[in-house]
Design a binder for this molecule. Structure first.
Ligand code: UAG
Ligand code: ATP
Ligand code: API
Ligand code: MG
Length: 484
């Protein structure tokens, strides 16, 4: 329960109709979740406009309505607050409602196309291993200390973020590491949060269904760095051509990491095997359990963040050597017949290329690489031919299959993928729409020494078809078939 006046602190208000001394029990931005004494925030979304649901919200008991346009019909028992941007207002009100939790712990946000979950989770593990109580907001799960919550988004809405942060503060967490998605930035889900650091991983092709152009997608990421304060650090990958762009207008302390260019945190991969890699980090060597150049970047970032947050470099390196791969990120098993199966969340062209490059850099020429891959429905369609081209160029055999077709026809998605396959690689590919059968086929075709990559779903435990999610887990299924 909070007084409206306090909830509105720092919100840029255009006009108010009604009093602001009343108390509010909850905040809701979905009219269907409004209860008695709620504050309802009307948001213009992709499919609907919350302004059309103001009356429903009032009928359900909303005592306050925050909107961008005053409704024509005003209810005298309700307070109406008109603001410029309801997404921003919601974020500030959520912070106020939960007592500004982001200012009470060290908060670091990770943004970029790939690597966010890996980095945030490794940071969670590293700081937990150091003995701190830590929070995590990620694609895979939300963690408050040791309590794990399920999540449906990479970056939750601002109300949920502030709720979880307040839980973290309440239970004594010292740090929180969170993923910041481009959708999250554009929809102001992280607006007004008091970040101590921001990290940029890389920027490659994804989500062009939502952002329309690559420049728009890049600018969304940049906005996160533009909003950091002077006390924060901005740690960016300057091997990525967009790294410096992220730093252009930030007030934060500028820090860089790289494998190729000069940087504050400079790394080099000295040796690579399936079991791990030898990394050189700022002149010191460390054996890590993760592999692939992309993970060298991720580990370098984790090291940089730890040092920026005050961990000594020796301690940070020691901790780096203890970190293990994250669920669904290059997770592998070796069967009794010596077939290696790797489950990886590569669902963008760049991620797929990196993972295939890593495997090809390790396998010997007589070992086959069989890739099973699909592309998500109702998501960026331009990724489809690209991912199929990469898979067919860089594997010995490819099974194209479904990956959450959602509301699309799975065969239409597969047809779009096949358009990317060059004629000389067509013989290597086969379509098996049913993902379980696709994995089975890959297992049947694998001989001792061969490697199977199952890409795209990683940690996911479902296959989503026409709005229905049925249990599906790549690792479970491949383990079953490999031993048959
Ligand atoms: C495209 C997109 O990002 N949509 C997100 C957005 O919904 P929206 O505002 O567009 O919703 P809308 O349906 O148009 O409705 C507009 C408003 O009317 C309200 N409404 C609607 C109906 C009604 O009866 N009453 C009512 O009040 C809605 O609550 C909403 O406030 O805001 C919602 C609340 O934050 C999100 O749940 C929702 O995520 C949808 C489900 C989604 O699938 N998002 C994905 C694409 C996403 O966000 N992905 C990113 C990145 C993934 C990654 O790369 O890892 C993520 O961070 O997860
Ligand atoms: N630094 C990196 N650069 C390029 N590819 C990477 C990097 N780190 C991981 N990957 C690849 O991208 C996949 C997804 O990694 P991760 O889940 O860490 O990314 P993410 O940014 O959280 O993705 P999402 O946007 O879906 O949340 C991994 O399975 C791996 O194939
Ligand atoms: N967070 C990403 C994940 C994609 C994972 C892939 N399995 C799919 O369903 O397309 C998205 O929503 O675009
Ligand atoms: Mg993620």
């Amino acid at each position: 329960m909070r007084i409206l006046k306090d909830i509105l602190y720092r919100v840029e208000i255009k006009s108010v109709v009604g009093g602001t001394s009343l108390t509010v029990d909850t905040i809701a931005f979905d009219s269907r979740k409004v209860t008695k004494n709620s504050l309802f925030v009307a948001i213009k979304g992709v499919d609907a406009d919350g302004h059309n649901y103001i009356e429903n919200a009032v009928n359900s008991g909303a005592a306050v309505v925050v909107c961008e346009k005053m409704p024509e019909a005003i209810n005298n028992e309700v307070t109406y607050v008109c603001v410029e941007d309801t997404n921003k207002a919601l974020a500030i009100m959520a912070s106020n409602f939960y007592d500004n939790p982001s200012s009470k712990l060290k908060l670091v946000g990770v943004t970029g196309t790939n690597g966010k979950t890996t980095i945030a989770t490794l940071l969670y593990n590293l700081f937990s291993n150091l003995g701190y109580k830590v929070g995590l907001l990620s694609t895979v799960k939300i963690v408050v200390g040791k309590i794990v919550y399920e999540t449906s988004h990479t970056t939750p809405d601002s109300l949920a973020i502030n709720y979880y942060l307040s839980e973290m503060v309440e239970t004594g967490c010292d740090y929180c590491f969170m993923e910041v998605s481009s959708h999250g930035i554009v929809q102001q889900r992280t607006y007004g949060l008091d970040f101590d650091g921001g990290v940029f991983t890389n920027l490659t092709h994804d989500h062009l269904d939502y952002h329309k152009t690559f420049a728009e997608y890049r600018d969304a990421k940049k906005m996160f760095f533009d909003q950091l304060s002077a006390k924060a650090f901005a740690l960016v990958n300057i091997d990525d051509k967009n790294g410096n762009i992220m730093l252009q207008n930030t007030r934060a302390k500028k820090r860089s990491y790289a494998l190729k260019n000069m940087a504050d945190y400079k790394g080099q991969v000295l040796e690579s095997q399936f079991s791990g890699m030898l990394l050189k980090v700022n002149q010191q060597e460390v054996w890590t359990q993760l592999i692939g150049a992309f993970n060298a970047y991720n580990l370098l970032t984790v090291y940089g963040v730890a040092v920026e947050l005050g961990v000594t470099s020796d301690e940070a390196l020691l901790q780096l050597s203890k970190l293990q791969s994250v669920t669904g990120r290059f997770q592998y098993i070796v069967s009794s017949k010596n077939v290696t199966a790797i489950v990886d969340y590569a669902h963008t062209p760049d991620a797929l290329k990196n993972v295939l490059e890593t495997i090809n850099g390790i396998r010997s020429f007589n070992e086959k690489l069989i890739t099973v891959v699909g592309c998500g429905g109702n998501r960026d369609k331009t990724k489809r031919p690209e991912m199929a081209r990469i898979a067919s160029e860089m594997s010995s055999k490819v099974v194209f299959t479904s990956d959450n077709p959602r509301f699309e026809d799975p065969y239409e998605i597969l047809k779009e993928m096949e358009k990317g396959v060059e004629l000389q690689n067509a013989m290597k590919t086969i379509v098996v729409e049913d993902r379980k059968q696709a994995i089975k086929l890959a297992c049947q075709q694998a001989e001792p020494g061969d490697i199977i990559l199952i890409a795209g779903k990683g940690h996911e435990t479902y296959q989503e078809i026409k709005g229905v999610r049925s249990h599906f887990n790549d690792m479970e299924i491949v383990t079953e078939f490999l031993e048959q």
